[in-house]
Design a protein around this ligand. Structure first.
Ligand code: AGP
Length: 611
């Protein structure tokens, strides 16, 4: 969850490092720092650092006062794991001749630190990262050349790392390595780059090499020497990646999240088109999964991706009569689940790098299960380790709160449900074509639902004053209730809970008073009457209900709601896609009213690549 950049360049490097770090800020923003090889007047060179607490702009201000004049350098933007987010714990960390940046967690750092301290080494930070710098420096002190000293250090580390390393005296060299955290090499003209992902090196090159697990690399101006975990020299393919800078601009929007909410019709349309045959209106899911023979699906995911999986469970079981279990990856991987080889594991992940989801996926693969991932980053670690990749095509999602990726993931789940139902014979040709047409219409309905923004903005001012908010729904809307609550709390910092509406009377109804906004998600589907009863129950206790229904439901809604929001009517197959926009917009506008940092909420990061 940190961002790394390294440049072995010929131009001034400080501004380029900053440009890249700004693209990486979504990965963490507790502190930032750069280091570079600075030439002395006497021809001697040294490595200098500049570090600042807080966001990149604090580092920029520092560099304006105290420039770093170098053409080879490294940079880092941090999401704190070990050590408070302050300057002393900011990266780059240094020890002797070694200066480096790190993304990941070194699990055996305490014992290594004790060993180094016993050997007389002093530490200036609380980070696990500083231990790596000392280890390399100690290996160099034995006379080992840089690459061997680096490899000897990597062999002693347990845990996850992506590293970029400078060594004083080695002016034309950056060392890099990855295990459990992503790292790419960017090929330039007489320059080489190292970054956490393709976005990081995007300003400089579109020729990208994705390092494999355990790879390490030596970069100089003209070459990259890559080695695998065994130390053997290897060649990795160079990929030309689309320069997605256009996706990285906010355009006329104030925040990436606002833009990404509005991008959903297009993102879902592009995604759906990759899973259906629009001419024959049949499902056309890529990959060789035989749904007819499949005994069970196990979905593993975190956060919003987990919620997309829950929506998938409802739809796949209902349409295809295929058992689906969905589990929070961080729980799943430690509970010794009873798995069978005849099952399929589907990882759901926007980034494709979430540590808990990756570990759960690997656990299932080790049990002999076929594996798939529903993912946005198509070159991510998960995408490279599964049997089948089911991409979402919504473009890079920068806002930490996931929106367009969520509805794109749900779109894939819907397509899978249709394909599985057809393969298992629970629907025939006519129903398949009907459902595919319903899915193809969803982007238009999403756009209509986004048109509710002004009405939602009105509500936001009130909700922004709340201490607690309750979200209720039934069926797939119970999953959307979880998502609405997650969106609100993660960007506005208001406590919110999502509940299955039927569960209300088993405890949560005690929360209801006239200060608690209660958002009830109730399209006019088979659950509507029950949801309407729940609405009456909470209103009878003074609950302030925000009733989000559709043009059918509004005709039957009980009187007394504080606000009724009317989304376009839709087939139950796609109602979660249509009802997502109102809850996303509500969270967004509440956060704006509260002046919160919408795209980079406190304590969060876009990709949680540590456990
Ligand atoms: C969603 O708004 C959050 N940012 C978070 O829950 C996220 O969905 C979760 O960390 C999973 O990330 P992934 O999809 O990249 O695996």
């Amino acid at each position: 969850m940190c961002g790394i950049i390294g440049i072995v360049g010929k131009q001034p490097v400080a501004d380029r490092l900053i440009e890249s770090l700004k693209r990486l800020e979504y990965r963490g923003y507790d502190s930032a720092g750069v280091a570079g090889v600075v030439g002395g007047s006497n021809g001697e060179t040294r490595v200098e650092r500049r570090r600042a607490k807080g966001k990149i702009k604090a580092l920029e201000a520092l560099l304006a006062e105290d420039p770093l004049v170098a053409s080879v350098g490294i940079g880092h933007t941090r999401w704190a794991t070990h050590g408070a987010p302050n300057v002393q714990n900011a990266h780059p960390q240094t020890a002797g001749r070694v200066t480096l940046v790190h993304n990941g967690i070194i699990e055996n750092f305490a014992e290594l630190k004790a060993e180094l301290a016993a050997a007389g080494r002093a530490f200036s930070s609380d980070t696990d990262t500083e231990v790596i710098a000392h280890l390399i420096d100690a290996e160099l002190a034995t006379g080992l050349p840089p690459l061997e000293a680096f490899k000897a250090t990597l062999d002693r580390l347990t845990g996850a790392y992506a590293l970029a390393v400078l060594i004083e005296g080695e002016d034309n060299l950056i060392l890099g390595a990855r295990r459990g955290s992503p790292l790419v090499v960017g090929e330039g003209q007489g320059e080489m780059f190292l970054g956490s992902d393709a976005l990081a090196v995007g300003p400089f090159t579109n020729r990208v090499i994705y390092l494999d697990e355990g790879d390490y690399v030596a970069l100089d101006h003209d070459s990259h020497r890559i080695f695998d975990a065994s130390g053997a020299a290897v060649t990795r393919p160079v990929r030309v990646v689309p320069t997605s800078s256009v996706m990285l601009e906010k355009g006329n929007y104030r925040h990436f999240m606002e833009k990404e909410i509005h991008d959903q019709p297009e993102g879902c349309q592009r995604t759906i088109a990759a899973y259906v045959d629009t001419l024959t209106s049949k499902a056309a899911v890529p990959g060789d999964i035989d749904f007819a023979k499949l005994e069970r699906i196990q979905i593993v995911a975190c956060g919003t991706s987990y919620i997309a999986g829950v929506v998938g469970k409802y739809l796949i079981e209902q349409l295809a009569d295929l058992p689906v279990d969905v589990e929070i990856a961080s729980e799943f991987r430690y509970r010794t689940p009873a798995l069978r080889p005849g099952s399929l594991v589907i990882a759901m992940s926007q980034s494709g790098e979430t540590a808990d989801t990756l570990a759960a996926l690997r656990y299932c693969k080790a049990k002999g299960m076929k594996s798939a991932v529903v993912v946005n980053a198509q070159e991510s670690t998960m995408a490279r380790e599964v049997d089948v990749v089911w991409p979402i095509h919504c473009g890079p999602e920068i806002g930490v709160a996931s929106t367009k990726a969520f509805t794109a993931q749900v779109s894939v789940m819907i397509a899978l449900a249709i394909a599985a139902a057809k393969a298992r014979g629970t629907i025939g040709d006519a129903e398949e074509q009907r459902l595919v047409k319903v899915l193809l219409e969803a982007p238009r309905l999403i756009a209509e639902a986004i048109g509710l923004e002004d009405a939602i903005k009105e509500i936001a001012a009130d909700v922004a004053k709340a201490r607690d908010v309750l979200y209720l729904g039934r069926g797939p809307m119970s999953a959307l209730a979880l998502e609405g609550a997650l969106k609100l709390k993660e960007i506005s910092y208001i406590h919110a809970e999502g509940y299955a509406a039927g569960e209300l009377k088993h405890g949560p109804i005690a929360l209801v008073d006239d200060q608690t906004p209660i958002v009830i998600l109730a399209p006019h589907d088979s659950y509507f009457e029950k949801s309407a009863s729940n609405m009456s129950e909470v209103m009878a206790r003074g609950g302030q209900v925000i009733f989000i229904t559709d043009t059918e439901g509004v005709k039957h809604a009980p009187a007394g709601a504080k606000v009724v929001v009317t989304a376009p009517a839709s087939d139950p197959l796609v109602s979660t896609l249509v009802m997502s926009a109102p809850i996303q917009l509500l969270a967004y506008h509440v956060a704006v009213v509260k002046g919160a940092d919408v795209d980079q909420p406190r304590n969060l990061a876009k990709s949680v690549t540590v456990e």
